[in-house]
Design a protein around this ligand. Structure first.
Ligand code: DC
Length: 212
């Protein structure tokens, strides 16, 4: 069974996807890490995030192993760089095959990102679009960062989240949008346990519907 989990930054989709993967014994790919790795590679090579061909080249040469162990990919800088390079069709095309191969594994997989249910795995039987208000998402991300000793104001965090939402949803190439057949999960008033329970119920309903 393929489970597609999409949604904006700090909606809870990453945590939900990881827990669904554990629960169903499926491999999990956080596709945001791919875009983060491409953005950082461009910066590390001294290139500009405005340079589509440099970003496309970085995406074509990406070594996708061990990304989840690379702490540099979790920084705000990497997230911002990711959102910039993710707008380039060449970058998205270069990362498509890898993601589709991951989704096509025997037994299935869980993928989370922005375009899993629309572009990467449009036939996935279980699709979730996880969201929450920008204010709640900014507060969650701010708490995570301040707990790690990173100083940032809540206002700056909210502006950052809104800028990313606008860029991710407004781009021409595979914009962040809820797939028609995805189930909306609004986690604004939920803690992680309640959000995960709701996600599992959505997946169980999809399994029953598709006889899986
Ligand atoms: O989920 P994240 O914050 O790690 O994603 C970082 C950026 O990568 C996000 O702003 C948009 C982009 N992204 C994308 O365009 N498509 C995906 N499937 C995953 C992430």
């Amino acid at each position: 069974m393929v489970i597609a989990v999409d949604g904006p930054a700090a909606s809870g989709k990453g945590t939900i996807a990881a827990r669904l993967a554990r629960t169903y014994g499926l491999p999990h790919l956080d596709t945001g890490l791919l875009y983060r790795a491409v953005g950082l590679k461009v910066l590390q090579d001294g290139g500009s995030l405005d340079d589509e061909s440099a970003a496309t080249e970085a995406a074509r040469g990406l070594d996708a192993t061990g990304l989840s162990d690379d702490a540099r990919l979790t920084t705000g800088e990497a997230g911002e760089a990711a959102s910039r390079v993710a707008g380039y069709p060449g970058v998205r095309a270069a990362l498509l095959e890898l993601q589709q191969a991951f989704a096509a594994q025997a037994g299935g997989a869980v993928l989370d990102g922005r375009d899993i249910g629309t572009v990467i795995a449009p036939d996935a039987p279980a699709k979730l679009f996880v969201t929450a208000t920008p204010e709640v998402r900014a507060t969650r991300r701010w708490k995570q960062l301040t707990a790690r000793g990173i100083e940032i104001s809540l206002e700056a965090m909210l502006a950052d989240i809104q800028r990313r939402d606008d860029r991710d949803a407004g781009r021409g190439a595979a914009p962040m949008v809820q797939a028609e057949d995805a189930v909306l999960l609004d986690t604004t008033d939920m803690g992680i346990e309640a959000a995960f329970d709701a996600a599992r119920r959505i997946v169980e309903a999809a399994r029953a519907k598709h006889g899986l």
